[in-house]
Design a protein around this ligand. Structure first.
Ligand code: FCB
Length: 444
């Protein structure tokens, strides 16, 4: 067996991603907080509560210290619209100052901030007006983006507009498991177009204030391959599902036309060329089999690839080739790529070291083919509130007890620190954390 070191470029950024609502606690003036109070909405009726106490208790300070000690050089966080603009056009300067301290705190620790303006959650007043459905949210979001850029621009160069609009659409207007809890395909198509318009408007607002801003829109990117590769109908359903879920927003930005369902084309010319980087959130992959009994799934029954390893909740499957496939797909856009999220829910940290190493090995392959990948954000730094799954899925490098707020490093925290500090995958690290991978990662 060879002993080698797989190096990443010197300037490569390493870090983790978090989202305001999931870590701050008591984001009470939001649609998601209200949604949490409804029966049956969150697993076991769990509540976000204090979350990781990044707001009232300012525990972001200690968590950013952890990130810095572990050699992280970037962090992706989000700001909560409801805190910044609690009622229409009334700006809360204290909230902006809190976020300014956070991004400055990152810089002071040698960590490059990436800031997301919208990560699934809306101020209650925006939700109550159905602003995403009527389209009013486009101008409101633009105004908010402008305000945030003015307040934080001194410290931030990397921005994300909307996080995973494809997931929010599906969960909020398709499956009805996120607010507003609707299952209405017609509305979902409309909201999708408004998300795209809001992204484009925010892109321009950010650039108007900060001409050298680098702006992306992370998409939850899921490869969907035909279950039976030679079978045309499987191919057709897999392609249709992939386009609708994974590629529709990116394609619309490339072409200026949003093609959500076959025959449903909406021109959004202002969306053209509104990306400076490709934000890739990759977790898992699917295969799809033609099946007349699932019209709601566009006649494709999806499952995980048969050879993939499932996480403890059977929610995601570890499928590293899908990561390379996604990077390769992103590469075709000719934009720099940031892996804005990647990770696995694994409380016992049995699978995470393997997941991390095998996925980073795929990333290294991409880098070696000269794909312009600039950074990697692991989801997540510390366990946080996982939306409709509450506290049942634990994605943190650090375990969190939400009651006592005690953090405990998982083995993966040290593993990731080794990788960040050396900007490399070494045989020693693999041998220490997942010896079973040695043969596959360092053959010959
Ligand atoms: C992504 C979300 C993020 C987190 C991870 C596990 O889809 O962007 O907030 O929930 O999944």
């Amino acid at each position: 067996m060879a002993r080698a070191t797989h190096y990443f470029p010197r300037s490569f950024l390493w870090g983790t991603a978090t989202a305001g609502y999931q870590v701050e606690g008591h984001a009470t003036d939001t649609d998601f907080w209200q949604w949490e109070q409804g029966a049956g909405h969150i697993a076991h009726g769990q509540k976000s509560g204090l979350a990781c106490d990044w707001w009232a208790g300012e525990r972001w300070r200690e968590d950013f210290d952890r990130a810095a000690n572990d050699g992280h050089t970037t962090h992706r966080m989000s700001v909560e619209w409801s805190r910044i603009e609690p009622t229409p056009a009334r700006w809360d300067e204290d909230a902006l100052d809190h976020y300014r301290q956070m991004v400055r705190g990152l810089r002071e620790r040698g960590i490059e901030p990436m800031v997301t303006l919208h990560h699934f959650v809306n101020p209650l007043w925006v939700a109550e007006r159905n602003a995403w459905e009527t389209g009013e949210a486009v101008a409101l979001f633009e105004r908010y983006a402008r305000k945030v850029a003015q307040a934080l621009g001194e410290h931030v160069r990397l921005w994300c507009t909307l996080n995973e609009p494809n997931v929010l659409l599906l969960q909020g207007w398709g499956a009805g498991v996120f607010p507003p809890g609707k299952k209405d395909i017609r509305l979902a198509l409309k909201v999708g177009v408004n998300f795209l318009k809001a992204h484009a408007a925010a892109y321009r607002a950010l650039h108007a204030i900060q001409p050298d801003a680098s702006v992306g829109m992370p998409i939850h990117f899921r490869p969907i391959e035909p279950a039976r590769p030679g079978f045309l109908l499987d191919k057709w359903v897999a392609n249709t599902q992939f386009n609708l879920f994974s590629s529709v927003f990116f394609d619309a930005i490339r072409t200026g036309v949003m093609r959500q369902l076959p025959g449903q084309n909406v021109a959004v010319p202002e969306a053209k060329k509104t990306l400076d980087f490709f934000g890739l959130n990759y977790y898992t992959a699917d295969i799809s089999r033609f099946d007349l009994s699932v019209p709601g799934e566009l006649f494709g029954r999806r499952s995980f690839p048969p050879d993939a390893e499932l996480d403890e909740a059977r929610f995601y499957a570890s499928y590293p080739p899908g990561f390379y496939w996604s990077l390769n797909w992103a590469y075709r856009y000719g934009l720099p790529i940031y892996v804005t999220e990647n990770g696995i829910g694994d409380e016992a940290d049995q699978m995470r070291p393997r997941y991390l190493l095998t996925h980073l090995r795929q990333l290294w392959n991409a880098v070696n083919y000269n794909f312009d990948v600039r950074g990697y954000y692991h989801w997540s730094l510390v366990d946080n509130f996982e939306w409709e799954r509450g506290w049942t899925h634990r994605f943190g490098l650090y375990a969190l007890d939400p009651i006592t707020q005690v953090r405990t490093p998982r083995r993966s925290a040290q593993l990731f620190a080794d990788i960040c500090k050396s900007s490399a995958l070494t045989a020693d690290t693999v041998e220490q954390y997942a010896p079973e991978l040695m043969e596959g990662m360092f053959p010959g």
